[in-house]
Structures are given as C-alpha cells and as structure tokens.
Write a protein that binds this ligand. Structure first.
Ligand SMILES: *[C@@H]1O[C@H](CO)[C@@H](O)[C@H](O)[C@H]1NC(C)=O
Ligand SMILES: *[C@@H]1O[C@H](CO)[C@@H](O)[C@H](O)[C@H]1NC(C)=O
Ligand SMILES: *[C@@H]1O[C@H](CO)[C@@H](O)[C@H](O)[C@H]1NC(C)=O
Ligand SMILES: *[C@@H]1O[C@H](CO)[C@@H](O)[C@H](O)[C@H]1NC(C)=O
Length: 793
C-alpha cells in the first residue's frame, strides 16, 4: 500500500464531523430545448431562486425571454419543467414567501430612452401569468421581503455605453419601485415609485442607476448604485431613505496582476480603487456585504462588509485574486480589467455555519466563507467550488442543504453550455479543488493554468521518485515553466515551478531570429507534452504553429523536442526531417514519452493528405527518426468535430498508452479514451505501418463522476511504475473555459510487466531514416544513467 492510498483514509478519519459542499449535479439549460442539447440555440440561466419547499428552481433566461423551471426534488438528478414566455427580457426572478407565485422583472424597453418594463406574476402551480404590473422604466434586480409583504425592484434605466463617451449622467434617471403585495389578488398589488435622485454619496446624483437590492428581516432595503459607487439604505414600510453613502475606495491592493502580458505576475499594486459594487446581501440586520465587481473606473477585485451607516468592517483585499491563482482559475486575460470580478453573492446558515458565498464571474468559482453575523469582521475561508462559465445568480436552500448557482455563458462552439450547478452540504471531504499550489517565496501562490502535459517521475523505465508528477504550461503563457506536483495527499499540490531556460543558447542557435528566446534566456514554447528522462532532466514536446499553405494560419514555428536538464536548461533540440515539416498542419506535437534510448512523440492529428496522425520514434543514440501511424477513432459526437491525440505514456516493454479525445465538451463530448499500442522493441516496427490499438478505458464515466460538464481538452496522461494512471485537463488559461482543473487518478488500471519499471540498461537501435538532430546531444551511457537515476530520488 503506498502513501497515497493511506492518506485519504487518515484524512477521512480526522475529518469526521466536517461538513462541506460538493457538486451533485449540473443542469444544462439547453436540455429545456433538446434533451441531449443537440442545438446551437442559446439558452441561458442568469438569476435563480428556489420555491420555499426547495424542490423547484426558477431562473431568468434573458436571451430567450423566458422564465425556466427545474425540478430538483432529487438534487442529483434535476429535471427541466419547461419555460414560460414573459414577453421581454427577464432581469430577475424571485419566489414569494407563500410559494404561490414567481415574480419576474421584465425589461420591455425599445431603447435606452423610452424605458418600459413589467412585473410579471406567475402562478407556480398552473405556470400561468396571472398579473402584469407596468413598471416606470427598465428593471434590474428584484427581491421579495422575508415577511412576504413587499417586493423591491431596482429600476435601473441603464446608460447607453455607446452614447458619447458612455459615461453617466444619462437621462432618464433610475428609481426604486416598492410593491405592497398584501392583497391576495396579485392584479391588485400596489406599486410606489421611490425617487432616488439627489442623494448624498453619489457620483452622479441626477442619474442614480440602481443595480441590485436586498431586504433584511427588519424590512430595510439595501440598494447598490454601481455606476455611482453608491449605496442607499431605505425603510420599506415608510418608503423613506434612511441614509446613502459612497461605497468608497480600497486604498491599496498589493501583490496582484494588473497587466496583460501572458504571465500571472502578482507583483503589482493598485491604489484608491472604487468598489463599484454589483450585488449586496444582508448579514443579519445590521451589516451587509457587497461584491465589488466594478463598472466605470473601479472594481477592487474583492468584497466588503459594511455596517448600515457605511462603516467598513471587513475588506477582502487581494484574497480572491490569490485564491483564484492558487486553484488554477486566474483569468490572465482580465488582468487589466477587474481581475476575477466578484459579482453575485448570498448569505445563509447551513448547520451551525453562517456562510457567505461569493461568485467570481471571470474565474468561474464560488468562494465560501464563514462570517459571524454578530462580528462580521471575523471572516474565515471555508472552500472553493467550481461553477459553469460566467456565474451570475446564486440561491441558498439551507432547508435541503443545497446551493444552486446559475452560470450564464452559452456557446456550443466553445464547448460551453449555460448551466445551473447544484451543490450539497454534507459530512465528508471536498472533492474540489483537485490541485492547489504552494506559495512562492513572496507569499503569493505559484500561479498555474493551461496545463497541457503530464508525466510521472517514476514512469516505467525511468525509475524516479513515486508520488511525483510533472506538468507544463502551453503557449497561453510566455516564459514556459515545468511544474512539480506532489500527489501523496489530496488535494494534490504544485510544489515547484521551474522556468525553462536557453542559458547555453542551444534553442537560439537552432532557430535564429525567432521569438522563442527572451532577453533573460527564458523561452516561449508551446509545451504540449513532457516526459521524464532516465538520464535526468525532461523531454518537452513543442507544438508548431501554423499550417503549410494556409494563408490564415501560416507556419510561424516548427514542431520540435527539447531536452532540458534537471535545472531546466535546454541541452538539445530535436527537429523533424524537412519533408515532414513540409506538410506541417497546426495540430502538431501533443505528447511525448521516453522508453529506453527512444523518445516517442504523438502528433495530434493527421498531416498533409495522410489518413492518420504520425507517431514519431526518435532514436537518441543514432539521432534518427522513424514514423508510424496511429489509427484515430472516428468522430462520433452529435456535433461532429474532430478527434486527436492528447498525450501518451510508456507502460513497459515498448508498449504505450495513448489518450484520445474529441474537440467536444459537455453534452457533446463523446470520445475521451485511453488505448494501448505496442511499438515492441521499436527496432522491429516497420516504418509507416499503422499500429493496432486496444481500448484500456473509456474515461467519460470517470470525468462525469465529478458531476460537472465534461471538459473538452483532456491533454495529460501519466502512468507510474505501479501502473497507476493519471489524467489531467488543459483549462485554456480560463479563456472561453471554466478553468476547472481535474487531475484524476484512475487507479492501478495498467499492468506493468515485471522488470520494466526500473531504468532500461540499453536498447536496440532502429535503422536510420533521416538524421536531423540539431546536435549538442547529451552524452549517454551507464555512468550517466546511474547518475540520472539517483538524481531523481
Ligand atoms: C422613443 O419613442 C419615441 C416615440 O415612440 C420615438 O419617436 C423615439 O425615436 C424613440 N427613441 C428615442 C431615442 O427617443
Ligand atoms: C425626483 O426628485 C427630483 C428632485 O429631487 C425631481 O427633480 C424629479 O422630478 C423627481 N423625479 C420624479 C420621477 O419624481
Ligand atoms: C470567528 O468565527 C468563527 C466561526 O466562523 C468562530 O468559531 C470563532 O470563534 C470566531 N472568532 C472570534 C475571535 O470571535
Ligand atoms: C536573421 O536576421 C538577420 C538580420 O535581420 C539576417 O541578416 C539573417 O539572415 C537572419 N537569419 C536567418 C537565419 O533568417
């Protein structure tokens, strides 16, 4: 029994009694259109609320113009109940406290000046609209008071961002509508407009633009005025404004990344950043929290807890930015633009925990904090949860120990479907994150994402340390790195990052005038595969960019392999024979493996007119290539697409396992498989033969086990000397991707032949085909072999 088998058991016995949230289901909104989501039509969920019994969810679909219903009586198996057309764009929905009605704010404005809207009242049982109350403008957020007496509706009358410089003030001004719903007949409910112009603390007092409302058990209403960086506190019974104030600025946020330079640097500071809060939620009756998303000039990348008089009792500083980086969810592409962007939030009591949930719209995560309602300066982080892309709405259902989060982005072409994620609060351990990073020396987390290859230190024939994996990032980032992952305890930990360096000028000599090498000798590779070498150091496969003859995607870099030392310095560059480069397609090197004196590289897809992708077998002793073809599965997704190789790993005796995947995600994903092939002694493999493959594992069920949408890019595969198989996904730098990082052990599913787990002494050579090594080859032999072996221990 290895250490990793014992640890979860120990963790479980120590954590008895601990309650955590885990994802139990993902409901794709497209299933309301087609049960298998075989549709390109956009269907989204933005704001979500639950019926008082917690069995039904209602959500707004502002794109389709309807309110959707979902039965969650079995939370792990949500069932769509259809949609109700509301004749406009619903901006918010809430269920009344008696459970009779869903009330929806609906925008019907033809433009930004002629502003109109309705409050639609839906009888939940019959699913019929029973009342339509006109609103004096374009609504945004809406809430029903906890005592079920009032509905507060923010009438935003949002600005036209394309008018002039887009800045407020822009007439007409927004306001608040308060509905007195005491009459049993919803058509008789009375509405009152509350004028919010001219208040203290606003940047544009003539143009309030209210964004979000929440109501306390005292019937006090908090209203955020995002563009105004303002907050209004109002008494619902008397309809009087109690106070209004500026949400203020965060004086300094340190150690963050405020520059989009293809690196997550965490070395910058921002000063006097306006909070510009979006959502707000009461914490008891005397405090409220705001999600400081930002809009015009601000966005302080965190959340704040205020007293009702505007006193700041807690400010999260750089916590969310760092947490986001620590879990691989940092959106580098938003560094100059409000970072993780906290947007939605809610507060609720589960068991004996008082919990604040904060949704990061750009990181696609939910952060859960314990916040003491009697002392809300006492905030402690509990856990992180993965959501769909663009989490916007959240509702807590403590009576059923459930939490629901609506993620609004729906883009089938990008393998993203809008969804509602259901999480359950139960005794146990958190299944997410699977991978977290340790800190750098400066106290910030080692940032990581776009992990595109995987290798075990103790891969068969290598002999390195058990419990260690290596990964690499791809061309999403500059200054390429190799990551060390400790998998002896869960969550798995990134314990080290190492930049690949061209200190000896080997890469620069191989590719003069290229932008592959930076001034500081770091390199910008498109690392798609990594293998550990039995001689010490690593082999890295660089995927070339561009396709020969394609004007839109011309060839800018070639496919090549680099050997780097244990210190990360490039020692060798191995390029392809010229005639192979001559048929380059932009789906190139994707995986690499070492076995004996050979390295094997997998091309992602077929090149030129060829029917199948190549596997390149490179003999390091003779510097010669030999190629065979790998027979890919035929795309079987309902959405078509293509299939390619994601990675490969040695399993002893010249056998390899190969990861195959289609370019589909979510309900369209069909092919995520591990096959085994044999290259035998590699000497006997005939040039240009098509190898035979046998299925080792269909990993779709393994991926589905985390109850999320299947991710498209399964790009990491590693096998240990004991036959344990690991897979990992490339989360694309959280760009058109949820950022979810699933590093999964499939268990000991491969048998490693006896005697092949330890380093190979020597290997037969293949007959030369093309000699094209860029020389500088590392020496090799018995002495080096032994040195390499011990260096890895
Ligand atoms: C608003 O409505 C009026 C009357 O229907 C129309 O003339 C005008 O073009 C609309 N738009 C604006 C921007 O005023
Ligand atoms: C709101 O109050 C301002 C003065 O504070 C007034 O000019 C404006 O007309 C009022 N708006 C409405 C809709 O009553
Ligand atoms: C802070 O809150 C936690 C619960 O979240 C509680 O256990 C702890 O005692 C509180 N600490 C202080 C100093 O009040
Ligand atoms: C590199 O650039 C220099 C000057 O810009 C040029 O003279 C030289 O031929 C280039 N080398 C290659 C290999 O393209």
């Amino acid at each position: 029994m290895n250490l990793r088998c014992i640890l979860p058991f120990l963790l479980a016995s120590f954590s008895a009694g601990a309650f955590v949230f885990n994802r139990v289901a993902t409901f794709n909104i497209c299933t309301q259109i087609d049960p298998t989501c075989n549709t390109d039509t956009e269907a989204v969920a933005e704001i979500v609320d639950a019926s008082p019994d917690g069995n039904t969810l209602l959500y707004t679909d502002g794109v389709a113009g309807n309110i959707g219903l979902v039965d969650i009586s079995d939370p792990s198996n949500p069932v769509g109940l259809g949609t109700i057309d509301v004749g406009g764009e619903p901006t918010s929905v809430a269920v009344t406290g008696d459970g009779l009605y869903a009330v929806a704010a609906v925008n019907t404005s033809p433009d930004f000046v002629n502003v109109t809207g309705n409050l639609i009242v839906i009888d939940i049982e019959s699913q019929l609209i029973v009342a339509t109350l006109p609103l004096p403008g374009q609504p945004d957020s809406l809430k029903v008071s906890p005592d079920n007496q009032f509905i507060a509706i923010a009438i935003e009358n949002e600005r036209d961002e394309d008018l002039g410089d887009g800045a407020p003030p822009q007439m007409p001004p927004g306001s608040l509508v308060v509905v007195d719903k005491s009459d049993t007949d919803p058509t008789m409910w009375s509405t009152t407009l509350v004028n919010l112009t001219g208040l203290d603390g606003l940047r544009f007092p003539e143009d309030p633009e209210p964004e979000f409302v929440d109501i306390s058990t005292d019937n006090v209403c908090v209203i955020t005025l995002q563009e105004n960086n303002g907050i209004v506190i109002l008494d619902l019974a008397s309809l009087s404004v109690l106070t209004s104030f500026s949400a203020g600025a965060v004086a300094e946020i340190t150690q963050i990344d405020a520059t989009e330079d293809d690196m997550i640097s965490q070395t910058e500071s921002l000063n006097d950043i306006l909070r510009e809060p979006d959502s707000a939620v009461f914490i008891g009756t005397d405090y409220f929290a705001t999600a400081d998303e930002g809009d015009l000039d601000g966005g302080s990348r965190g959340f704040t807890i205020f007293g009702l008089d505007g006193t700041v009792v807690y400010e999260s500083g750089n916590f969310l930015e760092h947490a986001t980086a620590r879990y691989g969810h940092y959106p580098e592409g938003r560094s100059e633009n409000k970072g993780n962007e906290p947007e939605g939030m809610t507060y609720s009591t589960f068991g004996d925990e008082n919990l604040l949930f904060v949704l990061s719209e750009r990181a696609n995560t939910v952060y859960v904090f314990n916040v003491d309602p009697t002392d809300p300066s006492n905030v402690s982080f509990k856990q992180v949860l993965p959501s769909g892309v663009g989490p916007e709405g959240v509702t807590a259902i403590p009576s059923r120990n459930l939490l629901a989060v609506a993620s609004e982005v729906d883009d089938r072409g990008a393998a993203i479907r809008s969804s509602i994620t259901i999480y359950e609060y139960a005794e146990g351990t958190a299944a997410y994150p699977t991978l977290v990073s340790n800190n750098r020396a400066d106290g910030t987390p080692i940032p990581f994402s776009a992990l595109s290859g995987l290798a075990a230190a103790d891969a068969p024939g290598i002999g390195g340390q058990a419990g260690i994996l290596y990964s690499v990032d791809d061309s999403f980032y500059s200054k390429s790195r190799i990551f060390t992952i400790d998998v002896t305890s869960f969550p798995y930990a990134i314990t080290n990052e190492m930049r690949v360096m061209d200190s000896d000028g080997v890469l620069a000599a191989a590719f003069p005038n290229s932008t592959l090498v930076n001034d500081d000798m770091t390199v910008n590779l498109d690392q798609e595969g990594i293998a550990v070498s039995r001689e010490g150091g690593y082999w890295i496969a660089n995927e070339g960019a561009g396709t020969v003859g394609d004007i839109e995607n011309p060839v800018t870099t070639a496919n090549f392999v680099v050997k780097v030392s244990t210190e990360g310095v490039i020692e060798t560059v191995v390029t392809l024979p010229e005639e192979i480069d001559a048929i380059q397609v932009r789906f190139g090197f994707e995986g690499i493996a070492e076995y004996g004196d050979f390295i094997v590289v997998a091309f992602q897809r077929a090149w030129g007119e060829e029917a199948n992708p190549r596997l390149g077998i490179y003999d390091t002793t003779s510097s010669t290539w030999k190629f065979v073809f790998y027979p890919l599965d035929t795309p079987s997704s309902q959405n078509g697409g293509w299939v390619g190789i994601g990675d490969l790993s040695p399993v002893g005796n010249g056998d390899f396992v190969v990861l195959e995947r289609d370019n589909q995600g979510g309900p369209d994903a069909a092919i995520k498989k591990i096959y085994k092939i044999s290259l035998g002694s590699m000497l006997e493999v005939e040039e240009s033969t098509t190898v035979e493959k046998t299925l080792v594992r269909d990993v779709l069920p393994d991926l589905a086990a985390s109850n999320g949408n299947i991710y498209e890019k399964l790009e990491g595969l590693a096998v240990t000397s004991e036959g344990e198989v690991w897979i990992n996904n490339d989360n694309d730098g959280v760009d058109d991707n949820s950022g979810e990082q699933q590093l999964i052990s499939l268990g000991m599913i491969v048998t490693i032949p006896e005697g092949t787990a330890t380093p190979i002494e020597d290997s037969p050579t293949v007959s030369p085909v093309q000699g094209t090594s860029m020389a500088n080859r590392v020496g090799h032999g018995g002495a080096l072999l032994v040195f390499g072996f011990f260096a890895l221990l």
